[in-house]
Design a protein around this ligand. Sequence first.
Ligand code: NI
Length: 134
Amino acid sequence: MISVTRKSHFNAAHRLNNPNWSDEKNEAFFGLCNNKNYHGHNYELDVTVTGEIDKDSGYLIDMKKLSDLIYDEIELRFDHKNLNLDTIEFKDLNPTAENIAVVIWNILRQKINPDFDLKIRLYETPRNFVEYSG
Ligand code: NI
């Protein structure tokens, strides 16, 4: 088994809030990320595909196709967007790094050969990242 990873990047705004909690509880729990007027993050995304090398091409997956897929499906959808207001995916889902990683995985999983494993690593800050692999 071999893994290849494509890195990409998007900027987006969000607000973390649970509508079932009081304003005080949301502010205490989510802190700065509860800011009513939103705030931005520079998200770094690593998409890792794992499987067997194709004997004919010597590739696992064509990196150009993987990079085009990430651009078309993730960057166009989320880059320079307010995740809460501008996207269907987070209309009713708190846009935590955890939930963003799961959403990205679900979108890409449908487009990548089912013989391959898929893992998402999403950095919300240079020091904080989450990983999801289904
Ligand atoms: Ni935040």
